[in-house]
Design a protein. Sequence first.
Length: 426
Amino acid sequence: MAALGEAFGDLSGRARLAIPLLTETPQFIDSSPEEANVSPLSAVDPVVLTQALVRCPSVTPAEGGALGLLAAILTEAGFEVHRPVFAEPGTPDIENLYCRIGTGTPALVFAGHTDVVPPGEETRWSSPPFSGDIRDGILYGRGACDMKAGVAASVSAVLRYLSRHGIPRAGSIAFLITGDEEGPAVNGTVKLLEWAKARGEVFSACVLGEPTNPAAMGDMLKIGRRGSLTGRITVTGRQGHVGYPHLAQNPVPAMVALLAALKATPLDAGTTFFDASNLEVTTVDTGNPATNVIPAEIRATFNIRFNDLWTPETLADEIIRRLAAAGTDVPYTITFAPTNSVAFLTKPGLFVHLVRDAVRAETGREPALSTTGGTSDARFIKTYCEVVEFGVVGATMHQIDECVAVQDIETLTRIYERIIATYFTA
């Protein structure tokens, strides 16, 4: 890759990258992961780059070569590149990637993750999960849509923009890429942001490339996320023989009453941009294999996805109130998971409208402004700058034969490049 340095020239000031723009049908990589050598020249093609990233087996917490590949490409393109590793007792060490070109503000950030969930039973895949095979215009592989296509599209869009316009006269472009989004998420984006702030980095706006579209490109733009609160209830009775119930105390009816009290009344009716909060019981267990024994204990777990009417603290207070109102005389305890997510909203304004307009211009669709779905690393980014999420169609994420349409990768790249161009000229 060093031999490609001359193709980029001096990147100071308004120098332009000598990266050829795509005018023909992309030529896809047809090599093994070990042979894949993606340079800044070929990285302008987001499909080639997506293939190369998919071929990196970066199952959390393994880096798998994905961050190294991006670091090499962006270093060659003139970015300041850092690969900080963060650690926490009881969790694996995680490598992250921070890259920046240009100086000062406004600073437009593209964020994402290269780690993926395990592929599961690989024999059930129609192609090896880390092959990046393309068939009938569809690219297959673990992480193809969640979210290596989004990362590839953002890198390609930035390189195309720099080729056409050079480094912004006033402002900068940065990447925040983690290897810890699908895992515990404690040594990833949250710490990368803290690390960047300690260095004096300031961010103005961020696009997170998670797969946001339900069925087609242009369907949905995420402008916020619901919060998440997990609770665990334990009811303690007294074990005994079912034929002598007076000698025992069955905790099961008490648990039924407690759970009924939690579900009896809706938590709320939703807000302007958020659906109603929902509580779902996810496990109920006595640990009792016998049919003639009254169990000594029963445990239940629930999760609440909540809107901006609540905080984890106020919601926990409401749960405790509802449990107390159930009036059970069997002892119970309630605990809440120490790590929970807070609901947040990026209010529609100049940046949201800019991204929405770029999506409409490239897809012909008016994207819904949504806060649906699970959590994402946007919950960390929102503390530092405005953040929106837009990526490819996510219908197959975490599934066998996860895939993404080749055309959607190219469309996403055009959307991102339009966002960049408008952002630095608006």
